[in-house]
Design a protein around this ligand. Structure first.
Ligand code: PLP
Length: 436
């Protein structure tokens, strides 16, 4: 197997991260809610237009906080896209909710707003639009339906920081929104997230849930003379060391976005003719969306083409990765009644999607290498995949899934694709996972 020279992702590094972490240490406070946490929250509030912002240990935890704040109860229903990361759903399932999976729009892969109304029942408590690849969902009809019925909207904006829909920041539409600062995101601190609160009714309780169910935040503001246990909660507060790292990136966000926009535009420009010629689709950005330049993906004609494409790039030292496996067809999704045919667009497209290397300091020469390698691929052959399957059969007799023919497709995905570190590959054997 050739060595990977161009990874799928490299964490962004701008220069001031360690300096700010040292400053946090010198201030003598590296636990949560210190100087840099406050700086990040203030800046994020200004950058997103959210009512208030709380840094969290991950986007997953911000979603869990949102589910607690909505007081989701067993039997409640929550509309979620099938094509998303498991956390968008799990946060609600943890509270006993039943996920109702919504199919995607074929142009953006976002939850199809036209399908929402027919899936609502008197038990629907929330809708969770996910702005896939940082391209906004069609929020106006979604908000209209939700407002008319008193249903909460939680935007999973893990990909979409700085994206806009009809001139308004993603993350500012729903009652709450969640951000991710995982290392694959445009702005990151390795692992981290934020809860954006637009409906002020949730702000006070959010502080308490995040601080293990105590009114500690009020105590530090001098509003109470001791702090105590007042509600349920958990530990969702990140260290100020991580906030220091994050602040160095947030304050340089326009520099990051500028670089990513240039990389995205170059891929688009250089691959458009090749894609049209080979019946390959590139991402479509609706006219009313300003995307966040989080991801560059292609839709190959078939699964076999997609796998052969990944292998073709890998043979050239380049790591391209697939993305989500439809949640309604995952073992947990099926326990909630998910069946093949429920989400035809997701079922048809998720197998064909592949993401190209995309990171802040991807150099022009590296990108040119990726572009040349992509353009030298001809769909329809799938020979590379056949060779790989043959090689794998010879090389790996002891994989736990071997002998389970129904898993063959996923075994192939695992071996040739990986999920890039932020995707969902439910059948991965961790020992085989090469997280970039
Ligand atoms: C759409 C979506 N939501 C939530 C998450 C979870 O983010 P985190 O890793 O910060 O918990 C991810 C992960 O990448 C994601 O893609």
């Amino acid at each position: 197997m050739p060595e990977i020279q161009i990874p799928f992702n490299k964490p962004t590094r701008l220069g001031k991260e360690f300096d700010y972490m040292r400053q946090a240490l010198e201030r003598g406070k590296i636990s949560g809610d210190g100087h840099f946490t406050r700086l990040c929250q203030d800046l994020l509030r200004r950058q997103t237009g959210a009512g208030s912002v709380l840094l969290t240990t991950s986007c997953t935890h911000a979603l869990e906080m949102a589910a607690l704040l909505l007081d989701i109860q067993p039997g409640d229903e929550v509309l979620v896209p099938s094509f998303t990361f498991v956390s968008s759903v799990n946060a609600f399932v943890l509270r006993g909710a039943r996920p109702v999976f919504v199919d995607s729009r074929p142009d953006t892969m976002n939850l199809d707003e036209k399908r929402v109304e027919s899936l609502l029942t008197p038990r629907t408590k929330a809708i969770v639009p996910v702005h896939y690849a940082g391209v906004g969902c069609d929020m106006d009809p979604i908000m209209e339906i939700a407002n008319a019925r008193g249903i909460a909207v939680i935007e999973d904006n893990a990909h979409g920081l700085f994206g806009k829909y009809r001139g308004r920041n993603l993350g500012s539409f729903g009652d709450m929104a969640t951000q991710s600062f995982h290392e694959t995101k445009n702005v990151s601190c390795g692992e981290g997230g934020a809860l954006l609160i637009n409906d002020p009714r949730y702000a006070h309780r959010a502080e308490i849930l995040r601080e293990k169910g105590t009114n500690r935040a009020a105590y530090f503001r001098g509003q109470v003379d001791k702090y105590t246990w007042v509600d349920v909660g958990s530990s969702y507060v990140p260290s100020d060391l991580l906030a220091a790292f994050l602040y160095a990136q947030l304050e340089q966000a326009s520099c990051i976005q500028h670089a990513r926009r240039a990389i995205w535009n170059r891929y688009q420009r250089e691959l458009a003719d090749w894609a049209t010629h080979h019946d390959i689709r590139l991402a479509e950005i609706p006219g009313d969306c300003e995307q966040a330049y989080h991801m560059f993906y292609l839709l190959l004609p078939t699964l076999e083409d997609r796998q052969a494409f990944i292998e073709h790039l890998r043979q050239r030292g380049i790591l391209a990765v697939f993305h989500y496996v439809p949640l309604h067809l995952a073992p947990m999704g099926q326990k909630f009644g998910g069946r093949r045919g429920d989400c035809p667009v997701v079922e048809a497209l998720s197998d064909r999607l592949v993401r190209l290397p995309f990171y802040f300091d991807l150099s022009e020469s590296e990108q040119q290498r990726v572009i040349d390698a992509v353009r030298s691929f001809q769909p329809g052959g799938a020979q590379g995949l056949k060779n790989l399957q043959y090689a794998l059969r010879a090389e790996s007799p002891a994989r736990p899934e071997s002998g389970q023919p129904q898993l063959a497709k996923f075994v192939d995905q695992r071996e040739v694709g990986m999920d890039g570190g932020d995707g969902l590959a439910p059948l991965l054997n961790p020992a085989d996972m090469h997280v970039p």
